[in-house]
Design a protein around this ligand. Structure first.
Ligand code: C2O
Ligand code: CU
Ligand code: CU
Length: 467
């Protein structure tokens, strides 16, 4: 995306028809009418304003995932940009409606990192992201510029997600006929009849909070897309390439590996460069997580077809994309043994527990379904805390604003792919994950939640307030 004036971008969310499956048209709800939306390249120290205009039939809220963002621009679920003529007769308490346009202000004081943005509307994040409301943001800085990493054509942002399709090419997202009704809002109280595809159904796509027993695992699609394309091919030279991997799926996890085998050299995690590179044969990515890796295609003879596999699935979901190695090319790049000086982890001032669990047929945190405006914790600005994340199920836990390091899983060493500063961590069934979170940047209202977007919409979120 190009700025319209220095530091100012404008993007219109609109309905568009695109070709995803060969010969078929898919209606997407896209930033700029594309899926994924445009990639924004921002620089540390250069504040950006992104004016988001909503020409969709539904309200939206845009969240910069991994962004250190003031609360008014963080994409709070009830801070909505609403279409022209929209009126909400029965909105959520505290709901704020911006007619048609909102300027999101990003100071961009954070380190270089692979971020992404997506819709965060209360109760409807999962179906709205599924229809296309997601894209990438690359933050660059001088520390990273000074490194001899692959760039330009050899830097590939790869947004991975899964979708299902109807025979005519339209996205298929479940509308189920039942609803437990357990405290849920009734359909239409805040969709106000503008909810598009399949309006009037009950269940996952109607904004009730009820836990849907048919979709405990969330919604997975049977077609894996990379940057919106099924099973794409990238031509690469026999040289080092930087792959910025983002899992933008609603609920699917990936365990990525290359075939024929080659190593991923991880240089960055969710929140920026690692102190030093780490080699992996496989990379696991839960929804919301990112990994920044270097692959050296010089390991393969020209002509090799290299497959990026997802070993968590067999069958069609087991293959993500292909690389075709074209020719040798002069390669001046390197992966230095020292990449960066990430911020030090300060001493924690306290420990809090957040228990992600099914309670009375709802997805809850510490026994609570999400209530906007009711913070479960009030950490102090400039401090660090240990947050102990416990769970009865598989929940990718995401924290807004605060970046964290994984200290331990079940009291033992974290996984190799947990390294670095992160904003999302996969908490597996019955696991106890300790993270050390820093509350830097801004005071105000933020949130933590499960990034399985169906769990999120079923109220597995909580506010915290930085004081
Ligand atoms: Cu990527 Cu609160 O979300
Ligand atoms: Cu986020
Ligand atoms: Cu979850």
């Amino acid at each position: 995306a190009r700025p319209v004036s220095p530091g100012r971008y404008e993007v219109t969310q609109r309905v568009a028809a695109v070709e995803i499956l060969p010969g078929l048209r898919t209606e997407v709800w896209g930033y700029s009418g594309t899926f994924p939306g445009p990639t924004f390249e921002l620089r540390r120290g250069s504040p950006a304003v992104i004016g988001v205009r909503n020409e969709l039939p539904v309200p939206t809220s845009t969240h910069l995932h991994g962004g250190v963002t003031p609360p008014g621009s963080d994409g709070y679920p009830t801070d909505l940009v609403v279409p022209a003529g929209y009126s909400s007769a029965h909105g959520h308490p505290g709901e704020v409606l911006h007619p048609v346009v909102k300027d999101y202000r990003y100071p961009v004081e954070q380190r270089a990192a692979t971020l992404w943005y997506h819709d965060h509307r209360m109760d409807f994040t999962a179906p709205q992201v599924w229809r296309g409301l997601a894209g990438m943001v690359l933050v660059r800085d001088e520390e990273e510029d000074a490194l001899p990493l692959p760039r330009g054509e050899r830097e590939l942002p790869l947004m991975i997600c899964d979708r299902s399709f109807e025979e005519d090419g339209s996205f298929r997202y479940p509308h189920t006929a039942h609803s437990t009704g357990a405290g849920g809002h009734s359909a239409g109280t805040h969709g106000a009849g503008t909810h598009g595809m399949g309006g009037g159904a009950h269940g996952l796509d109607d904004g009730t909070h009820a836990l849907d027993p048919d979709y405990l695992e969330g919604v997975e699609g049977d077609v894996i897309l990379v940057n919106g394309a099924p099973w794409p091919v990238a031509e690469v030279t026999a040289a080092r390439h930087r792959l910025r991997l983002v899992n933008a799926s609603n609920a699917r996890r990936y365990r990525l590996t290359l075939s024929p085998k080659a190593r991923f050299t991880q240089i960055g995690s969710d929140s920026g460069l690692l102190a030093a590179p780490i080699d992996h044969d496989t990379i696991t990515l839960a929804p919301g997580e990112r990994h920044d890796v270097i692959v050296d295609f010089l390991n393969y003879p020209p002509g090799t077809h290299v497959t990026l596999l997802n070993t968590l699935s067999n069958g069609p979901q087991g293959k993500v994309m292909r690389f075709v190695v074209t020719r040798r090319e002069r390669d001046d790049t390197a992966v230095p043994a020292t990449l960066s000086r990430p911020p030090r982890a300060p001493r924690p001032v306290t420990t809090r527990t957040f228990d992600f669990r099914r309670t009375n047929d709802s997805w809850t945190i510490n026994g609570h379904r999400y209530q906007p405006g009711v913070p479960l914790a009030s950490p102090r600005l400039g401090t660090a805390e240990v947050w102990r994340l416990t769970s009865d199920f598989h929940h990718p836990v995401h924290v807004h604003l605060a970046h964290f390091q994984v200290l331990a899983r079940n009291g033992r060493r974290p996984d190799a792919t947990d390294a670095g500063w992160k904003d999302t961590v996969d908490v597996r069934p019955y696991e106890v994950v300790d993270v050390l979170a820093r509350f830097d940047g801004y005071r105000g209202r933020y949130m933590l939640h499960c990034h399985n977007l169906e769990h999120e919409d079923m109220a597995m979120m909580a506010d915290f307030e930085v004081v």
